[in-house]
Write a protein that binds this ligand. Sequence first.
Ligand code: NAP
Ligand code: MG
Length: 482
Amino acid sequence: MPTFEYAPAPESRAVVDIRPWYGLFIDGGFVESAEGDAFKSVNPASEEVLAEVAEAGAADVDAAVRAARSAYQTVWGRMPGRERAKYLFRIARIIAERSRELAVLESLDNGKPIRESRDVDIPQVAAHFFYYAGWADKLGYAGFGGDPRPVGVAGQVIPWNFPLLMLAWKIAPALACGNTVVLKPGETTPLSALRFAEICQQADLPAGVVNIVPGAGATGAAVVNHADVDKVAFTGSTEVGRQIAASVAGTRKRVTLELGGKAANIVFDDAPIDQAVEGIVNGIFFNQGHVCCAGSRLLVQESVYDEVLASLKRRMATLRVGDPLDKNTDIGAINSSAQLERIRTLSDIGAAEGAEPWSPPCELPERGYWFAPTIFTGVTQAHRIAREEIFGPVLSVLTFRTPAEAVEKANNTPYGLSAGIWTEKGSRILSVADKLRAGVVWANTFNKFDPTSPFGGYKESGYGREGGRHGLEAYLSGADHA
Ligand code: NAP
Ligand code: MG
């Protein structure tokens, strides 16, 4: 195979102007935190401090919820849907116009390759706002009754893996339905949410409709537990999801939880192998594997195991790990030292339990947080790397002989967020998909997202759906039993 040398092709940082300090975004303006607390956001590819960010404490969260309540009662909750739609369309257009700046900022703060932030994250963010803008004046036709009402103030907590996209998944449907929001971004990735706050100002969104309260877990808990929050929406780990479910139990709050996953990506012996290998690579190495619906368990039919593995290794050897801002980079930086530690620990456990790791030769940068793309073979269902979410570029490979065995193994997990099926046979796609306990099942593709398509889990992957018409339900009152 000929090897090509790539010249560096870095995207320019000049398109983003990062201020040294950011305040909390409350009631339409940027403010200091009441206690004066702050934290730093770093670029995980270089460990460079990008900005200092005010950290919201309980008093700040209270101020944000009060601003959201007031905006809900006086403006947003009363505004006709067609008027709300104008603001959402305006926000969507500004995001599209500023997409290059947002993509670079996202890659700087998160570590994901610019190719992904530019071609996947930010276009999807704009698409979500466009899509839900379209619903704002048509809610009476969404199947939730003729005159559905908003819920009120939504408290939203999101993770660091798709910072702006998770924000869009949360804020766009909430606003379209007439709710106001208080959102806490991931602690390691607050910058694009704060840039979104500036976009809300640019769009003349009424003050208090969107409030952004950066901080760590305690800030998230203050949002979730605030007595005047009507609806809680959370994306993150099953562990924190469990705490949130417990803390809102017995209150009037509505909750949706989008938690972890351990998806099976199932390759049958009649699958087009090259295409399947692309899907396997996309399934686990997209976004460094920091994806709740990642195809982290590869199930290969025994008769094609050798062929699939050889082809997968060949393909992995071409993956380029390094500078997230380089347009040729496939795999960027691990988001934080804590996440890198977790990936290392679970990989070490995988090796200690007898599975065999393999990585292509690749040079990792000296500074920053990096982990080479890795596959483990000889994995059994009892291994921790087959059961626990690693949330990194690490694939566990298992085998099966019959479709029934594939289904049994795929479902043998406490999670149920997503799955993939690779086969030429349409009837097999339908019969296997029908038996998989997963919220999303992809066939002959993986990690395909679209604002019109609902997303969510079974079992410990959480409950409720985001996206599509279904995603409106959580933000409309009286829609529970529609
Ligand atoms: P996490 O701890 O669940 O964090 C998710 C969000 O919740 C963050 O904004 C976090 O703040 C906040 N939070 C933490 N403790 C909280 C509490 N007690 N009450 C309310 N909010 C709280 O997840 P993580 O630490 O980012 O990652 C840990 C693991 O979670 C990963 O290894 C992965 O397995 C899983 N994960 C899943 C998803 C997903 O999309 N389903 C996304 C990310 C992570 P901080 O930013 O300060 O932590
Ligand atoms: Mg960061």
